[in-house]
Design a protein around this ligand. Structure first.
Ligand SMILES: C[S@@+](CC[C@H](N)C(=O)[O-])C[C@H]1O[C@@H](n2cnc3c(N)ncnc32)[C@H](O)[C@@H]1O
Length: 208
């Protein structure tokens, strides 16, 4: 059973069991993520980790674009299983990791750290600091951060959970002088039910 109002693996497992179009964050193509990843001009052999990937189709889009070193990680085993089932044999070309971002010790560093709609579920400063520690452990100087979080006019709740809305100051605090922002895009995500949610996208390069 999931605990209402808590971002536990059971909560997310239940959301993924309910089906694709019941999820507000569902998208049939990860267009903005792919656009920003391709904007880095890194070769397709570069390593990419999609943190809190759940059942996202980004992995499908990356494989189709020729990327060959992809890791999907999430604390929801069901979310990852939905993606693996969808990919069939192609799932063998991807690394799958079930872990909690707040305590995960990345086994390597990645050239690209991608997060869509994960960070904004962290409300406590201590949890955001833990996320940042994991992000620094999972990247190196020269790595890129591709981040999509709710913008200043984004929703206050999503997936039955309270969320944090980010403005430039919040993003700057996360980057903390270790990353330099090269792109900032505000765009509405159209949910399967037709509602829209404002996202603030960031592309940033780690330079220390
Ligand atoms: C709104 S969904 C977004 C999923 C995916 N990034 C996408 O764009 O479709 C949030 C995801 O973050 C995952 N998540 C939340 N907190 C997490 C944590 N502490 N560690 C790992 N994954 C987490 C959830 O399981 C869920 O898959």
């Amino acid at each position: 059973m999931s605990t209402p109002g808590e971002s536990t693996p059971a909560h997310w497992d239940a959301a993924y069991t309910a089906g694709d179009t019941t999820r507000g964050w569902y998208q049939s193509q990860a267009t903005m993520s792919l656009h920003l990843i391709e904007s880095t001009d890194l070769p397709a052999t570069s390593s990419i980790v999609d943190v809190g990937s759940g059942a996202s189709v980004l992995v499908d889009d990356l494989l189709a674009a020729g990327y060959s070193d992809i890791t999907c990680m999430d604390h929801s085993p069901i979310g990852l299983q939905v993606a693996r089932d969808r990919l069939g044999d192609r799932a063998h070309d991807v690394d799958w990791i079930v872990a909690d971002l707040l305590t995960w010790q990345p086994p390597r560093t990645y050239d690209i750290w991608h997060d869509r709609a994960v960070l904004h579920f962290l409300l406590d400063e201590a949890d955001i600091a833990a996320y940042r520690r994991t992000m620094l452990a999972g990247t190196h100087v020269g790595s890129w951060l591709v981040l999509g979080v709710f913008g200043p006019e984004g929703p206050q709740m999503c997936a039955g959970l309270p969320v944090r809305r980010y403005d430039d100051t919040g993003i700057d605090a996360l980057l903390g002088g270790d990353f330099t922002r090269t792109e900032r895009i505000v765009v509405d995500h159209v949910r399967p039910d037709g509602d829209t949610q404002q996202y603030l996208w960031t592309l940033a390069r780690r330079d220390r």
